[in-house]
Design a protein around this ligand. Structure first.
Ligand SMILES: *Cc1c(COP(=O)(O)O)cnc(C)c1O
Length: 377
């Protein structure tokens, strides 16, 4: 049996260990230090956002963003239903209520029309505006930003941009992560770049980012002793981990190119398969990092259904995975309000993520090709 081919595995560029060694040599083994400062600077320069705080995870970054926007018990927060649970869990940490909105077919991200419908319905049912929108760019594909921003402006709903999967993607030439009032990235092990685990919160509002660093270090007041006037968290990134991040930033654009090339390769290889379609950029404003290549398989017109493809790959020791199960269908979130068109459920039932790692070898590609050719022959 060949070694396992993963969906997306860590891919080091080479210089990460130098930044980490430097931290060891200078005994900067702490949740602060030159690598943390350097990584934050790198993220600011790359994204074009003025301020960044390096944190322990993307989930922690969303949690702090919600606190900074004043989300409290009983408040409502809009969120894409088609996402990973890390986008939505922090709403519940705050005792707030997630209001889930379905996707549209072009980008698979939140549907701007349904979003407006949801806002109007929440106002009529509760007499209050939702406190924020957590806007997700799934699989690296930019959401319909013009339309979504217009709706949020109209009702004055602030945007927390969840760009956990979308570092390196852009819209109208502007990097994702620069559109939200606050934005987050994730550097978990399977993301486009990784620090083994980590995240960041970004904003052009300096007061907010300063506040996030304060909350992330146990909300310690300025005093010689330990004094606290607020509840804090232990959410800061360590100087070791940030060293990996600095090294990864040196290869980010190269890794994006590799993922895009893999996406192109799948398109070419599977172009002739009936009933199989790809998530593609709707027009030239959209630039996806293609973190994962994703397909939808119509069981009525395709010679194989999604599960047949997945199990054939699994048998050959190749990892693939159904698309995210929508949050409104998750047992833990089904009791909360949702605005559903059925798009995300259909994608969950018919969609598949294919191996897309930037470190995929030619040999691995041809192995995947053999299995797929077999399935569709
Ligand atoms: C990974 C991910 C998160 C959470 O990031 P962590 O660093 O794993 O906490 C949030 N939202 C989306 C869409 C993600 O893919």
């Amino acid at each position: 049996m060949n070694p396992k081919i993963y969906l997306s595995s860590p891919h080091m560029g080479g210089q990460e260990s130098e930044f980490v060694s430097e931290a060891f040599n200078n005994n900067w083994i702490a949740p602060l230090g030159p690598n943390v400062d350097g990584f934050e600077k790198d993220l600011q320069v790359y994204s074009g956002v003025a301020h960044a705080a390096a944190l322990s995870s993307g989930t922690a970054a969303i949690h702090l963003a919600l606190i900074i926007l004043g989300v409290n018990r009983g408040d409502e927060v809009l969120v894409s239903s088609f996402t990973f649970s890390g986008s939505i869990n922090p709403i519940v940490y705050q005792g707030a209520i997630p209001v889930m909105v379905d996707s549209e077919n072009d980008t698979w991200n939140i549907d701007p029309e349904l979003l407006e419908e949801a806002i109007l319905d929440r106002i009529s049912k509760t007499g209050k505006l939702p406190k924020a929108l957590i806007l997700v760019h799934l699989y690296g594909m930019p959401a319909k930003l013009n339309e979504i921003i217009a709706v949020c402006k109209k009702y004055e709903v602030p945007i927390i941009e969840d760009a956990a999967e979308a570092l390196g993607s852009s819209y109208n030439g502007k990097k994702l992560g620069s559109f939200g009032d606050l934005s987050i990235y994730s550097f978990n092990g399977n993301k486009i770049i990784t620090t083994s685990g980590g995240g960041a919160l970004l904003s052009n509002n300096e007061v907010w980012v300063t506040k996030s660093r304060f909350l992330a270090t146990q909300a310690r007041d300025s005093a010689p002793h330990y004094q606290h006037s607020e509840i804090g968290y232990n959410y800061r990134m360590s100087n070791i981990v940030a060293g990996i991040g600095r090294g990864q930033m040196l290869v980010l654009d190269e890794w994006v190119s590799k993922r895009r090339a893999i996406n192109k390769w799948y398109h070419k290889k599977l172009a002739k398969v009936d009933g199989l379609s790809f998530l593609t950029e709707p027009d030239n404003r959209y630039f996806s990092n293609f973190w994962l290549t994703t397909i939808e398989v119509d069981p009525n017109t395709c010679s194989a259904d999604r599960e047949t493809i997945r199990l054939a790959l699994q048998k050959a020791n190749i990892e693939s995975r159904p698309l995210w199960k929508p949050m409104h269908l998750q047992p833990v979130f089904s009791k909360y309000p949702s605005y559903v068109s059925g798009v995300a459920q259909r994608l969950f039932e018919q969609g598949l993520c294919l191996p897309s790692g930037s470190n995929m070898t030619d040999e691995e590609r041809s192995h995947i090709q053999d299995v797929l050719s077999d399935v569709f022959s």
